[in-house]
Design a protein around this ligand. Structure first.
Ligand SMILES: O=C(O)C1=N[C@H](C(=O)O)C[C@H](O)C1
Length: 304
């Protein structure tokens, strides 16, 4: 199975002045993210306001982002929703947009059983030849996929490529990694603040929010860890902590969308019911994001 990358960012979805998805700007953002060291992007994830987009918007977004990246970066597309039927229908249509893999999220609101998850993800995996990345984020969905369920899914379906794990629970990470059924099953941490702990228990990659701004630092963290330099990895983790926390000071993606607007992208506000960026928060966040802004980075690199 083709590798989908190690450091990926769950990209924001930009809107134009009329509130429509801005496909050209989405392509530009994806190119910026890959140029800054991401191996690829997730489109229409939670950060991409996937739940606010209709199916046709998602398909157009997937096609535009993949066309902008070509072979320079992978695109993992959020094609699933609450119902198995609708998830399969959109996944099949999305295959034609050239995406590299799908992100299949544990269904929200309905509280599926573990048996229901086996059936849901099994049916999706069988309906597509694309790699499937399962997204477990109980804080948003109110349903936790247990490690045994994930492991059984990977045993049954060779195109289940891995998991984006967002429980924030290192015991759960460990169980998933212990019960891994195949070498090619990839563990991506789904939370920036847990990236280093996830590497320590055997995780591989990250699907990030801070990667919009600090992908180079996240990759340096991984490289330091791989090189046995735990002190450097820990220092980068500590240095990034205020930025990572700041980006979740109110519901993601409100802060990161605002941050990208200060990086020269036209992104619009999040769609309702997500509210605009609170004015008071901009003052707190500005000093946290400033060091990663491209111009500042270039000059600080020159000084180094
Ligand atoms: O969009 C995503 O995918 C991500 N969303 C999570 C969230 O919004 O809670 C965070 C994760 O890092 C990526």
């Amino acid at each position: 199975m083709r590798t989908l990358g190690r450091i990926l960012t769950a990209m924001i979805t930009p809107y134009d002045a009329n509130g429509e998805v801005d496909l050209a700007e989405a392509g530009r953002i994806a190119q910026f993210l890959v140029a800054r060291g991401n191996d690829g992007v997730v489109a229409a994830g939670s950060t991409g306001e996937g739940n606010m987009l209709d199916d046709d918007e998602k398909l157009a977004l997937f096609g535009a982002v993949k066309a902008a990246l070509g072979t320079t970066g992978t695109v993992i597309a959020g094609t699933t929703g609450i119902s198995t039927r609708q998830s399969i229908a959109l996944t099949k249509r999305a295959e034609r947009t050239g995406i590299d893999a799908i992100l299949a999220t544990v269904p929200a609101y309905v509280k599926p059983t573990q048996e229901g998850m086996l059936a849901h993800f099994g049916a999706i995996a069988e309906a597509t030849s694309l790699p499937v990345v399962i997204y477990n984020i109980p804080g948003r969905t109110a349903a936790n996929m247990l490690p045994a369920t994930f492991s059984e899914l990977t045993r049954r379906h060779p195109n289940i490529a891995g998991i984006k794990e967002s429980t924030g629970d290192v015991n759960q990470f460990t169980a998933i990694l212990r019960e891994r059924t195949r070498e090619d099953v990839t563990f991506w941490c789904g939370d920036d603040y847990m990236f280093l702990p996830s590497l320590a228990v055997g995780g591989h990659g990250l699907i990030s929010v801070a990667g919009h701004l600090a992908s180079a630092e996240l990759r340096a963290l991984a490289d330091a860890f791989d090189g046995g330099d735990a002190d450097t990895a820990a220092r980068i983790h500590q240095d990034l902590a205020p930025l990572v926390a700041g980006l979740f000071a109110v519901s993601n993606p409100i802060p990161v969308k605002w941050a990208m607007s200060t990086y020269g992208f036209t992104v619009g506000a999040c769609r309702s019911p997500l509210s605009p960026m609170p004015d008071a928060l901009t003052a707190t966040l500005e000093p946290l994001i400033a060091p990663y802004r491209p111009a500042q980075r270039a000059s600080s690199l020159r000084e180094a």
